[in-house]
Design a protein around this ligand. Structure first.
Ligand code: SF4
Length: 191
Protein backbone atom coordinates (compact mmCIF):
# COMPACT_ATOMS: atom_id res chain seq x y z
CA UNK A 1 0.00 0.00 0.00
CA UNK A 2 1.38 3.43 -0.91
CA UNK A 3 1.68 6.25 1.63
CA UNK A 4 0.09 9.64 1.02
CA UNK A 5 3.42 11.22 -0.10
CA UNK A 6 4.00 8.34 -2.52
CA UNK A 7 0.44 8.61 -3.80
CA UNK A 8 0.83 12.36 -4.30
CA UNK A 9 4.08 11.80 -6.23
CA UNK A 10 2.34 9.17 -8.38
CA UNK A 11 -0.55 11.58 -9.00
CA UNK A 12 1.92 14.32 -10.03
CA UNK A 13 3.58 11.89 -12.46
CA UNK A 14 0.21 11.05 -13.94
CA UNK A 15 -0.78 14.72 -14.25
CA UNK A 16 2.52 15.58 -15.98
CA UNK A 17 1.28 13.97 -19.20
CA UNK A 18 -2.37 15.10 -18.93
CA UNK A 19 -3.99 16.16 -22.21
CA UNK A 20 -7.56 16.38 -20.91
CA UNK A 21 -8.01 19.95 -22.16
CA UNK A 22 -6.61 22.29 -24.79
CA UNK A 23 -4.24 24.02 -22.36
CA UNK A 24 -1.91 21.04 -22.77
CA UNK A 25 -0.93 22.37 -26.21
CA UNK A 26 0.61 25.65 -25.04
CA UNK A 27 2.21 24.69 -21.76
CA UNK A 28 5.88 24.20 -21.02
CA UNK A 29 4.97 21.84 -18.21
CA UNK A 30 2.15 20.97 -15.84
CA UNK A 31 2.39 22.99 -12.61
CA UNK A 32 0.97 20.37 -10.29
CA UNK A 33 1.67 21.73 -6.80
CA UNK A 34 4.37 21.97 -4.19
CA UNK A 35 4.94 21.58 -0.47
CA UNK A 36 4.36 19.17 2.38
CA UNK A 37 2.27 16.13 1.40
CA UNK A 38 0.76 16.07 4.90
CA UNK A 39 0.27 19.83 5.32
CA UNK A 40 -2.39 21.15 7.70
CA UNK A 41 -3.20 23.93 5.27
CA UNK A 42 -3.46 24.02 1.47
CA UNK A 43 -3.37 27.29 -0.49
CA UNK A 44 -5.25 27.29 -3.80
CA UNK A 45 -4.70 29.86 -6.54
CA UNK A 46 -6.03 30.22 -10.08
CA UNK A 47 -3.66 29.04 -12.81
CA UNK A 48 0.06 29.22 -13.60
CA UNK A 49 1.50 32.38 -15.14
CA UNK A 50 4.55 32.63 -17.37
CA UNK A 51 7.13 32.16 -14.63
CA UNK A 52 5.25 29.29 -13.05
CA UNK A 53 4.99 27.63 -16.47
CA UNK A 54 8.77 28.02 -16.91
CA UNK A 55 9.73 26.81 -13.45
CA UNK A 56 6.99 24.25 -12.81
CA UNK A 57 6.23 25.74 -9.38
CA UNK A 58 3.11 27.69 -8.33
CA UNK A 59 3.39 31.22 -6.94
CA UNK A 60 6.85 32.35 -7.93
CA UNK A 61 7.81 35.97 -8.66
CA UNK A 62 6.50 38.89 -6.61
CA UNK A 63 3.19 37.26 -5.69
CA UNK A 64 5.06 34.21 -4.46
CA UNK A 65 7.45 36.35 -2.43
CA UNK A 66 4.53 38.08 -0.74
CA UNK A 67 2.86 34.73 -0.06
CA UNK A 68 6.11 33.47 1.51
CA UNK A 69 6.29 36.60 3.67
CA UNK A 70 2.72 36.21 4.90
CA UNK A 71 3.32 32.54 5.66
CA UNK A 72 6.33 33.45 7.79
CA UNK A 73 4.82 36.47 9.51
CA UNK A 74 1.24 35.29 10.10
CA UNK A 75 1.53 31.50 10.29
CA UNK A 76 5.15 31.18 11.43
CA UNK A 77 5.87 28.62 8.71
CA UNK A 78 7.82 28.30 5.48
CA UNK A 79 6.47 27.41 2.06
CA UNK A 80 7.75 23.85 2.48
CA UNK A 81 5.50 23.42 5.54
CA UNK A 82 2.26 24.03 3.60
CA UNK A 83 0.93 22.77 0.27
CA UNK A 84 0.31 25.15 -2.65
CA UNK A 85 -1.59 24.38 -5.84
CA UNK A 86 -3.78 25.99 -8.48
CA UNK A 87 -7.28 25.13 -9.68
CA UNK A 88 -5.96 24.80 -13.24
CA UNK A 89 -2.55 23.19 -13.71
CA UNK A 90 -1.48 24.50 -17.14
CA UNK A 91 -0.91 28.08 -18.18
CA UNK A 92 -3.73 29.68 -20.19
CA UNK A 93 -2.35 31.56 -23.23
CA UNK A 94 -1.70 35.26 -22.64
CA UNK A 95 -2.76 34.73 -19.02
CA UNK A 96 -6.44 34.78 -19.96
CA UNK A 97 -8.96 33.37 -17.49
CA UNK A 98 -9.38 29.59 -17.70
CA UNK A 99 -12.55 28.57 -19.56
CA UNK A 100 -15.32 26.49 -17.95
CA UNK A 101 -14.42 23.40 -19.99
CA UNK A 102 -10.77 23.69 -18.91
CA UNK A 103 -11.76 24.13 -15.26
CA UNK A 104 -14.08 21.11 -15.44
CA UNK A 105 -11.37 18.98 -17.07
CA UNK A 106 -8.76 19.96 -14.48
CA UNK A 107 -10.84 19.91 -11.32
CA UNK A 108 -10.36 16.21 -10.52
CA UNK A 109 -6.61 16.79 -10.08
CA UNK A 110 -7.22 19.32 -7.31
CA UNK A 111 -9.87 17.10 -5.74
CA UNK A 112 -7.37 14.22 -5.60
CA UNK A 113 -4.68 16.48 -4.18
CA UNK A 114 -6.99 17.65 -1.40
CA UNK A 115 -8.02 14.07 -0.62
CA UNK A 116 -4.38 12.95 -0.32
CA UNK A 117 -3.00 15.94 1.59
CA UNK A 118 -6.11 15.95 3.77
CA UNK A 119 -5.64 19.43 5.27
CA UNK A 120 -7.66 20.89 8.12
CA UNK A 121 -7.85 24.26 6.34
CA UNK A 122 -7.97 25.38 2.71
CA UNK A 123 -7.14 29.01 1.89
CA UNK A 124 -8.36 30.17 -1.51
CA UNK A 125 -6.29 33.00 -2.97
CA UNK A 126 -8.37 35.41 -5.04
CA UNK A 127 -11.75 35.71 -6.67
CA UNK A 128 -11.37 32.83 -9.06
CA UNK A 129 -10.48 30.01 -6.67
CA UNK A 130 -12.79 31.32 -3.94
CA UNK A 131 -15.84 31.54 -6.20
CA UNK A 132 -15.16 28.19 -7.75
CA UNK A 133 -14.66 26.18 -4.58
CA UNK A 134 -17.54 27.91 -2.79
CA UNK A 135 -19.73 27.62 -5.91
CA UNK A 136 -20.88 31.21 -5.72
CA UNK A 137 -20.94 34.35 -7.88
CA UNK A 138 -20.18 36.54 -4.85
CA UNK A 139 -16.88 38.37 -5.11
CA UNK A 140 -13.90 37.97 -2.80
CA UNK A 141 -14.38 41.36 -1.14
CA UNK A 142 -17.68 40.14 0.29
CA UNK A 143 -16.66 36.53 0.80
CA UNK A 144 -13.53 37.17 2.83
CA UNK A 145 -13.60 37.79 6.55
CA UNK A 146 -15.30 34.49 7.38
CA UNK A 147 -14.65 30.79 7.25
CA UNK A 148 -16.76 28.28 5.35
CA UNK A 149 -17.03 24.51 5.12
CA UNK A 150 -15.89 22.73 1.97
CA UNK A 151 -15.99 19.15 0.74
CA UNK A 152 -16.70 15.80 2.30
CA UNK A 153 -15.38 15.32 4.91
CA UNK A 154 -15.98 19.04 5.51
CA UNK A 155 -12.87 21.17 5.92
CA UNK A 156 -12.51 24.83 6.84
CA UNK A 157 -12.20 27.12 3.83
CA UNK A 158 -10.86 30.64 4.33
CA UNK A 159 -11.12 32.87 1.25
CA UNK A 160 -8.72 35.77 0.88
CA UNK A 161 -7.30 38.04 -1.79
CA UNK A 162 -4.73 36.93 -4.33
CA UNK A 163 -1.26 38.25 -3.39
CA UNK A 164 -1.24 40.15 -6.71
CA UNK A 165 -4.22 42.17 -5.44
CA UNK A 166 -2.26 43.15 -2.35
CA UNK A 167 0.68 44.19 -4.54
CA UNK A 168 -1.70 46.41 -6.54
CA UNK A 169 -4.08 47.42 -3.78
CA UNK A 170 -1.73 48.52 -1.04
CA UNK A 171 -2.00 48.53 2.72
CA UNK A 172 -5.73 47.89 3.10
CA UNK A 173 -5.73 44.69 1.05
CA UNK A 174 -2.57 43.49 2.75
CA UNK A 175 -4.08 44.10 6.20
CA UNK A 176 -7.15 42.08 5.19
CA UNK A 177 -4.90 39.25 3.99
CA UNK A 178 -3.03 39.27 7.28
CA UNK A 179 -6.33 39.00 9.12
CA UNK A 180 -7.43 36.08 6.90
CA UNK A 181 -4.12 34.27 7.36
CA UNK A 182 -4.54 34.75 11.11
CA UNK A 183 -8.00 33.16 10.86
CA UNK A 184 -6.50 30.20 9.00
CA UNK A 185 -3.78 29.86 11.67
CA UNK A 186 -6.36 29.84 14.48
CA UNK A 187 -8.45 27.22 12.70
CA UNK A 188 -5.38 25.05 12.14
CA UNK A 189 -4.43 25.29 15.81
CA UNK A 190 -7.96 24.42 16.89
CA UNK A 191 -8.19 21.38 14.59
FE1 SF4 B 1 -4.82 18.43 -17.90
FE2 SF4 B 1 -5.46 20.42 -16.24
FE3 SF4 B 1 -3.45 20.75 -17.93
FE4 SF4 B 1 -5.95 20.69 -18.85
S1 SF4 B 1 -5.07 22.26 -17.48
S2 SF4 B 1 -4.20 19.58 -19.72
S3 SF4 B 1 -6.90 19.18 -17.48
S4 SF4 B 1 -3.54 19.26 -16.25
Amino acid sequence: MTTAPESLALLADEAASCTACGLAEGRTQVVFGTGAPDADVVFVGEAPGAREDEQGVPFVGRSGQLLDRLLAEELGVERSDVYIANVVKCRPPDNRDPRPDEIAACRPWLAHQLDLVDPAVIVTLGNFASRLLLDTATGITKLRGADYRYGNPPRHLVPTFHPAAALRGGAGVLADMRSDFGRARNLMMAS
